[in-house]
Design a protein around this ligand. Structure first.
Ligand code: ADP
Length: 486
């Protein structure tokens, strides 16, 4: 029997243990499918304060020490499975370095600019120790964004003995986020400035290196989470200053579209909905809509066009366009519900609008996975006017729940949503990132909503689309095999 290919997915987030955005969904859904395809895929993430071990079936896999910045740090490794699967997950615990505060920020470390990079450099070092101790020598270290990208440089320039044959794949979930680490921190991983690629050096402080750039320059292969984003980052502005580095790696860069976990996001079994439904029972969305209107205390009107938004409140997501549309009269002909967590300025804008239009707009500040699903189920239209979008999962979830996506034509939104006017299309797509373009599409959607049979036809198309991970997981597996031959 052929030995199984061994993959370690090493990341800062994995759903449901720790999640800020789509990266977390990918890190837990992909290995589930890889297991089905015969790979031995395991997940390694920090154990943050928010991870309630008692609610997970965990065993203590190891207690180890890791030398770090002149001290001996003790870590505990908890082993569990990604819920609903047999994917082994290792959660690495260290009371202060890994578990204190949030994932990327720590209220107790507000004046400490090195907080996040120290955390993830330590996590990378601890991960190598854990893999060695558990005698799990992966064929591929699958790394995700800047927090673990640096491991690609470690494997290239100073691999530990047990990993000399290992290869690396770095997935870019969002190039817009990166972080610098000092040479002192990098030395903890065995990386010394004279061996490091100069392209990753900070332009303002020679003692600092960009962690994402280090990974991009060193990984055996790089992928983005959609084919269009893979092309967009080769040029400014989406290249985020790394476009020339990425162009130099073009031969080893591909885009693989994300899927969604169709067991988790399944309106037929979703126990958080007031009425479960499927593609053949879309009528039942009406019940979910009324319940949502009631829950969020907006006017209970099944005939209203209900627009949903579930998002991080960040510049990327184009929230100012939505707010401008509200100022331009969107709430005169539609209701909007927004669930979002993030930047204060967007919270203020949305709160102000909600005070003005309490019966038409509900803004829920925060992160709520269950309410998110009730919004997908209750909404007619799902708004996602992102400035840029590496892939985007929410538009995929919305379609599965029968809400038609209205999107800006960028990145993964371009690859997954086709305008209703095109054959097979079921969404609303605008090209220019400006409020007039969004307004026009909103008007168009509202008009179409007045034709229930046509609307239902588009909903049916949306709900029947196949965004399962199976296809993407096969692409990843083929890529891993290709990388092993490099
Ligand atoms: P990004 O990774 O850029 O945040 P994605 O669309 O790729 O955006 O993934 C977002 C994921 O996070 C989806 O699963 C979505 O349901 C979830 N999500 C985002 N914001 C919230 C929120 N405020 N409450 C609950 N879930 C959220």
């Amino acid at each position: 029997m052929k030995p199984k290919i061994k993959i370690a997915l090493i990341a800062s987030e994995a759903s449901p243990f720790a999640k800020v955005g789509g990266l977390a969904d990918v890190v837990s859904a992909l290995p589930k499918e890889l297991l089905v395809l015969g790979a031995d895929a395991r997940v390694i993430v920090p154990r943050y304060q928010s991870v309630r071990l008692r609610e997970l079936k965990t065993t203590k896999a190891a207690e180890l020490t890791v030398p770090f910045l002149g001290k001996t740090e003790k870590i505990t490794v908890y082993q569990t499975c990604v819920p609903g699967s047999k994917v082994i997950a290792y959660l690495i615990d260290h009371p202060t370095l890994l578990s204190g505060g949030g994932i990327y920020s720590n209220p107790n470390a507000k004046n400490d600019p090195d907080f996040p990079n120290r955390r993830f450099i330590f996590f990378c070092k601890a991960t190598l120790r854990v893999l060695e101790h558990l005698r799990f020598a992966p064929d591929i270290l699958h790394l995700h964004d800047w927090p673990t990208a640096v491991l690609a440089a470690v494997i290239k320039f100073c691999p530990p003995k047990f990993l000399t044959a290992a290869k690396t794949l770095l997935t870019i979930h969002n190039l817009n986020n990166s972080n610098y680490a000092s040479t002192a921190f990098l030395a903890e991983l065995g990386l010394h400035p004279d061996t490091l690629p100069a392209v990753a050096k900070s332009k303002t402080n020679a003692k600092y290196y960009d962690l994402m750039a280090l990974g991009l320059a060193s990984a055996n292969f790089i992928n983005t989470v959609s084919p269009t984003y893979a092309r967009e980052i080769l040029k400014p502005p989406l290249g985020c200053g790394m476009d020339s580095l990425l162009r130099s790696r073009k031969k080893n860069l591909v885009g693989i579209l994300n899927g969604i976990d169709t067991d988790y996001f399944n309106p037929q079994t979703d126990r958080y909905l007031s009425a479960k439904f499927g593609a053949d029972t879309l009528d039942r969305k009406r019940q979910n809509k009324i319940t949502l209107q009631k829950e969020l205390r907006i006017q209970q009107n099944p005939a209203a066009l209900l627009c949903g938004v579930v998002t991080r409140l960040s510049k990327q997501k184009g929230l100012e366009l939505i707010v401008t549309s509200m100022e331009n009269g969107l709430l005169d002909f539609a209701q909007v519900v927004v669930l979002g967590e993030g930047e204060e300025r967007y919270q203020t804008m949305l709160r102000k609008q909600a005070q003005k239009h309490p019966r038409q707009l509900a803004f829920v500040q925060g992160y709520d996975a269950h309410l998110a699903r009730r919004i997908y189920a209750g909404a007619d239209l799902f708004l996602m006017p992102s400035r840029f979008e590496p892939c985007g999962l929410t538009q995929l979830i919305a379609m599965r729940y029968g809400a038609l996506p209205l999107v800006h034509n960028t990145g993964g939104l371009h690859d997954t949503v086709m305008d209703w006017k095109k054959t097979g299309g079921c969404g609303f797509v605008f090209d220019k990132f400006e409020s007039a373009a969004l307004d026009q599409k909103l008007q168009e959607a509202a008009k179409l909503f007045g034709f229930p049979k046509l609307w239902r036809k588009l909903q049916l198309r949306a709900a029947k689309k196949n965004f399962s991970w199976h296809r993407s997981a096969k692409e990843y597996l083929n890529l891993y095999i290709k990388i092993l031959k490099i």
